[in-house]
Design a protein around this ligand. Structure first.
Ligand code: BGC
Length: 895
C-alpha cells in the first residue's frame, strides 16, 4: 500500500463520527454475522458531485469490500446476492451523465417481511447504509431524497427494526441530514448511528475499520445537528435568487444554538463517541503578554486504545458588542492512548484571537479589533456540551488592531445581538452599520512602471539581472491583457483535462520565457477530465471531523507530490466557505460552521500541498454560501460577521500559511461582485493581511462596477483588474486573445483602467509563477504542444486539410508546422450539460475538446495549435462520458 492510500484510509476513518452506540452494538464482535441493507453498501458514494468530486480514481472501496477484509465477521451472503441481482435491474441513476445532473439519492430496494425475517434468522446484527450526494450548481432541498429520507428509506428502517434488535444506521452522506427519523418509535430502537460521510477511494475500507473496532472512532462533529431544519437561524434568509441578508450575523451554528436555543440541538458541535472513555483536565495555565497557554492532561480511562479530541472554548464578557455563549479557541487531537495512559497536550491561544471587531463604534473604537474588559472564561472538554471551566482570566479593555472600515453593507437591515440576562441569553436586534466611506477615493491612481532600456526574460528576474518591476515595465499593454486571463477548461497547453492554463499563453509572452502553468480541481483529489487517474481522499467535512491537523497535512503533502507528478502547479482547493446553512449544496467541500476550525484545516491543507511542492488555492473568497443563483445572489453581511466568521479562515491561512493563490467566489458581497470587489481583494486581503500571491476568479465569473455595483457581466474584466483580482478564469483556447470581446482594451484606451493596474496584477501573477513547480523544474509547458511523427509509414493515411469522416484515422503531415484540429461533433444533452473528449495523437492525449449539450446540432470545435513535424500520426478520439458524437475532422495548417 502506498503512503497516500494508507493515510487516506486513516483520514476517512478518523473523520467518521459515531453518534449513538447503545449497548455497545459496535464494534462488531468476533464471529458475528451481519446483514447489510441499503444499496449504498455496494454503490458507495466516494464524494459529492461537480468540480469538487470529479476525480478519476484508480479504485474505490465499498462497505462490502471493506468488511471482506475482516474474515472474522460474516456477511449475510443471501441478502448480499439479493441486492446484487436487484441492482442489475436497477442500475445507478447518473441523471444521464450530464453536468450536475446526478440525483441526490438513489432508489432503495423495497424490503418485505419475509426477506428481512430470513435475513434475521441467520444474522446477529443489521447494518443499514443510507446514501446521499450533493454538489455544485444546486442546493440541497427540504424534500425527501435530499435533506429528508425517502419513503423507501424510511420503510427500510421500519422493516429492519421490526426484526432486528441490533441495528446500526450508517450515513454515507455529503452533508448533515434531517435526523428526526431517529426519534420515531420503532419496534426495536436503533442502537447505533454513524456519520461515515463520503470517504474518498478508501471510504469503504475505513468504514470497516471503524465497524470492527480496528480503528476506535475519534471523529467529532464540526456542525450542530438541530432537531428541525427550521431551527437553523440562516433558514429565514437562505435561497433567494436576488439577495440574502445575513441577519443571524456572527451567530452561526453553535454560536446561535448554544446561546439562544440549546434545547433545539439534537447533536452538539464537537460531539462524537469512542469505544473507550477519556478524562480531560487542566494541568497548567500560563498567561503571557501575547499568548495564553493551556496544558491539558488527557487520560484513557477505558479498556480500548483510542484517540480523543480536546476542545477549548471561551466565554467572553458580553461587553458592549454582545457575544455568543461559547467560541472555539483551540483544539488538539491526541495520539493513540493505551488504556490507562495519560498525556499532556498544549493549546496556545494568541491574545488577539480573542478580540472582536467593532463595526459600529459602540466601544469608542470603530473599525478596530478590541478586547472588552472582563472575565474570559475558558472551558475544556470533548464537545461543546461536555465542558468544565478550566480558567477564568480577567483582562482590561484593549484595542488589538486598528483597521479601516471595509466591505461594509450598503443596504440596511437588522441583525441579531445577544443580551445576557442572568444566566440566559436573549435575542435582540440592532441596525447594521452601513458603509460610511467613499470607495471612489479609496481606489487611488497607480503610477505605471517604467520600461527598461533592454529586453529581459523571466530568468533575468530569477538571476537578479533585473527587478520584477523592470521586467513587468517592459510588457506591452496587450501582453499584460493576455497575462490576466487563463485558458480552459482543458487547455491543450498543459496537462490534459485540467481546469486552466495561465502565464505565457501567447507567443509574445512565451518569448519572455514565461512558462504556461496550470491548475486543477480540487479539493479532495486531482480532477483530470481526460480520465487520468488520481487519488481521492475524504470530503472536506469528513476531513475536518477528524480534527487531526497533522494527518490532513500529511495527506495533502502526498496530493502535492501527485500534482507535481502530473505537472500541475496548483490545486483548486481547499474549499473554505462556512457551513452557514445545512442546505448549501457544496457544504461537503467545506469544513465547518466554525471559522477557527475552517482556518486550521485550510492551513493544514495549504502547508501540506506546499510541502509536496505544490500550491493551494483557497476558495471561494468569500460568502459563497448557497449554490442556487450563485452567479447572482448578493450576500449582504455586516462587516463584523464578515471579519469574524466568513473571512476569518482565509485570514488565518494567508497570515500563517503564506498562501499563494486564492479564488474569488461568483456572488456579489454587499453589492459588488467578489471578482471586482476592491475592499475584498485589495484593502483587506493585501493591505491588511499582507497577501503576496495571485487571485483568480471562479470559472466564467461576473463582475460589476467597483464603486457603483450594478448588473454583473463576464465581459467587464477591467473591474476585475482594478480590484486586484488578477486572473480571469477562463477564456477559450486561443492564446487568451480577446475572444469574448472583453472591455480591457477599451477601458485602457479610455483611461478608466491604467497601465499601473494591469502591471500590478502581472506582478502578482509572475511572483507565483516564479515559485511554481513548472518554473522551478524548468518544465516545457509551452503555448504549443509538439508531437513527433511515427518512424514507420502508416497505411491509408489522410492528408491535412481533408475532411475526414471518421473518429479514428491515420494522418500524413506534409510539412512541419503548427496545425489546428477542427472536430465536427455534438453532445446529445441539455444546453447546460458539460462534457469533453480527448483527442489522442500517437496514443498520447493531445488535448481535450470541451462540449456543451447541443441537442441535435453538430458544432465545429477548434482545438488550438499543435506543432507537428512532417510524417505520419495516428489520431483517435476517446470519450469519457456517453452522449458525444464526432462526425468528422479536418487538420489544418495555421502557420
Ligand atoms: C467551481 C470552482 C471550480 C471551477 C473549476 C467552478 O464551477 O465553482 O470551485 O474550481 O468551477 O472547475
Amino acid at each position: 500500500m502506498t503512503e497516500i492510500n494508507k493515510l487516506a484510509r486513516q483520514l476517512a476513518a478518523e473523520g467518521m463520527v459515531l453518534l449513538k452506540n447503545e449497548n455497545q452494538v459496535l464494534p462488531l464482535k468476533d464471529k458475528e454475522k451481519v446483514a447489510v441493507f441499503g444499496r449504498c453498501q455496494l454503490e458507495y458514494y466516494k464524494s459529492g458531485t461537480g468540480s469538487g468530486g470529479a476525480v478519476h480514481v484508480p479504485y474505490t472501496s465499498n462497505v462490502i469490500d471493506g468488511l471482506r477484509q475482516y474474515p472474522n465477521i460474516e456477511i449475510n451472503q443471501d441478502l448480499l446476492h439479493t441486492y446484487e441481482s436487484w441492482l442489475q435491474d436497477h442500475p445507478f441513476d447518473d441523471g444521464g451523465g450530464g453536468w450536475a445532473a446526478e440525483p441526490w439519492f438513489q432508489e432503495e430496494m423495497p424490503l418485505d417481511d419475509e426477506m428481512v425475517k430470513t435475513a434475521k434468522a441467520s444474522s446477529d446484527k443489521a447494518l443499514i447504509v443510507i446514501g446521499r450526494t450533493a454538489g455544485e450548481d444546486q442546493d440541497n432541498k427540504a424534500v425527501s431524497g435530499s435533506y429528508y429520507l425517502t419513503d423507501k428509506e424510511q420503510d427500510m428502517i421500519d422493516m429492519v427494526t421490526k426484526h432486528f434488535e441490533q441495528v446500526v444506521v450508517i450515513l454515507n452522506v455529503s452533508n448533515i441530514l434531517d435526523m428526526d427519523w431517529l426519534n420515531k418509535s420503532y419496534d426495536k430502537p436503533i442502537q447505533g448511528l454513524l456519520y461515515a460521510w463520503h470517504g474518498g477511494m478508501e471510504g469503504g475500507n475505513a468504514l470497516a475499520d471503524i465497524l470492527t473496532g480496528q480503528v476506535n472512532p475519534s471523529g467529532k462533529l464540526t456542525n450542530t445537528i438541530a432537531y428541525k431544519l427550521e431551527d437553523y437561524p440562516s433558514q429565514m434568509n437562505f435561497g433567494s435568487e436576488i439577495e440574502n441578508f445575513y441577519e443571524e450575523d456572527i451567530y452561526v451554528g453553535y454560536r446561535y444554538f448554544e446561546t439562544f436555543t440549546p434545547e433545539k440541538v439534537m447533536y452538539p458541535f464537537g460531539y462524537g463517541l469512542s469505544y473507550t472513555n477519556f478524562e480531560i483536565s487542566l494541568d497548567a495555565f500560563e498567561a503571557k503578554e501575547q499568548n495564553l497557554t493551556f496544558k491539558v492532561a488527557v487520560q484513557n480511562t477505558g479498556h480500548t486504545v483510542g484517540k480523543e479530541v480536546v476542545q477549548l472554548y471561551v466565554k467572553k464578557p458580553q461587553g458592549l458588542l454582545g457575544q455568543p455563549k461559547y467560541a472555539l479557541q483551540g483544539f488538539v487531537k491526541t495520539l493513540t492512548l493505551e488504556p490507562g495512559q495519560k498525556h499532556v497536550y498544549e493549546i496556545q491561544v494568541p491574545m488577539n484571537q480573542l478580540a472582536s471587531y467593532d463595526d459600529s463604534g459602540v466601544t469608542g473604537h470603530k473599525s478596530s479589533y478590541v478586547l472588552e474588559a472582563g472575565h474570559y472564561d475558558f472551558f475544556i472538554g470533548n464537545s461543546i456540551r461536555n465542558l468544565t471551566l478550566a480558567k477564568s482570566h480577567y483582562m482590561d479593555f484593549k484595542v488589538t488592531e486598528r483597521l479601516q472600515e471595509a466591505l461594509s453593507p450598503q443596504k440596511s437591515f437588522e441583525r441579531v445581538k445577544a443580551v445576557e440576562n442572568k444566566d440566559a441569553y436573549e435575542i435582540s436586534y440592532e441596525a447594521v452599520p452601513l458603509m460610511s466611506f467613499d470607495m471612489e477615493k479609496r481606489m487611488t491612481a497607480l503610477e505605471a512602471l517604467k520600461a527598461p532600456s533592454k529586453k529581459f526574460t523571466l530568468k533575468d528576474v530569477e538571476k537578479e539581472n533585473c527587478s520584477l518591476d523592470e521586467f513587468v515595465g517592459q510588457l506591452k499593454p496587450e501582453e499584460l491583457m493576455t497575462l490576466v486571463k487563463g485558458e480552459g477548461m482543458c487547455s491543450p497547453k498543459v496537462t490534459a483535462g485540467t481546469a486552466a492554463a495561465f502565464g505565457g499563453l501567447s507567443d509574445a509572452l512565451a518569448a519572455y520565457d514565461i512558462p504556461v502553468c496550470s491548475c486543477a480541481d480540487g479539493p479532495s483529489g486531482i480532477r483530470m477530465d481526460s480520465g487520468k487517474q488520481a487519488s481521492q481522499v475524504a470530503i472536506g467535512t469528513a476531513q475536518a471531523c477528524s480534527w487531526n491537523l497533522p494527518l490532513i497535512e500529511a495527506v495533502y503533502e502526498c496530493i502535492g507530490k501527485e500534482l507535481c507528478d502530473h505537472h500541475i502547479d496548483a490545486l483548486l482547493g481547499p474549499g473554505m466557505n462556512i457551513h452557514r446553512d445545512p442546505l448549501n449544496g457544496r457544504n461537503f467541500e467545506y469544513f465547518s460552521e466554525d471559522p477557527l476550525m475552517t482556518g486550521q484545516v485550510g492551513l493544514a491543507t495549504t502547508l501540506g500541498l506546499k510541502n509536496g511542492g505544490s500550491i493551494a488555492t483557497l476558495k471561494h473568497f468569500v460568502a459563497n454560501n448557497q449554490e442556487k443563483a450563485r452567479h447572482l445572489a448578493d450576500s449582504i453581511i455586516s462587516e463584523r460577521a464578515l471579519r469574524e466568521i466568513y473571512l476569518k479562515g482565509f485570514e488565518m491561512v494567508v497570515r500563517s500559511g503564506h498562501a499563494l493563490s486564492i479564488m474569488t467566489s461568483y456572488n456579489p458581497v454587499n453589492g459588488i461582485y467578489a471578482a471586482s470587489n476592491y475592499d475584498l481583494n485589495t484593502t483587506i486581503l493585501r493591505d491588511e493581511w499582507g497577501y503576496d500571491g495571485l487571485v483568480m476568479t471562479d470559472w466564467w465569473a461576473k463582475t460589476n462596477h467597483n464603486v457603483h455595483g450594478g448588473t454583473g457581466d463576464t465581459k467587464n474584466k477591467s473591474y476585475m483588474v482594478k480590484a486586484q483580482n488578477d486572473i480571469y478564469m477562463v477564456v477559450n483556447h486561443d492564446n487568451a486573445s480577446n475572444h469574448d470581446e472583453d472591455d480591457l482594451l477599451s477601458a485602457y484606451k479610455d483611461g478608466s483602467l491604467s497601465l499601473g493596474e494591469l502591471q500590478r496584477s502581472a506582478k502578482n501573477i509572475l511572483k507565483v509563477i516564479l515559485k511554481s513547480h513548472t518554473y522551478k523544474s524548468g518544465l516545457k509547458h509551452t503555448n504549443k504542444r509538439f508531437f513527433e511523427a511515427k518512424q514507420e509509414t502508416l497505411e491509408h493515411a489522410i492528408k491535412t486539410n481533408e475532411y475526414i469522416g471518421s473518429k479514428e484515422f491515420n494522418l500524413y503531415v506534409e510539412e512541419d508546422g503548427v496545425y489546428d484540429v477542427i472536430a465536427d461533433s455534438r453532445y446529445l444533452s441539455g444546453p447546460l450539460s458539460q462534457s469533453a473528449y480527448n483527442v489522442k495523437i500517437n496514443g498520447e492525449i493531445a488535448f481535450m475538446v470541451q462540449m456543451h449539450g447541443s441537442d441535435e446540432d453538430y458544432m465545429e470545435r477548434m482545438t488550438s495549435e499543435v506543432q507537428l513535424e512532417k510524417g505520419y500520426y495516428e489520431i483517435h478520439f476517446e470519450f469519457i462520458r456517453k452522449g458525444i458524437e464526432v462526425r468528422g475532422v479536418t487538420v489544418k495548417k495555421t502557420k
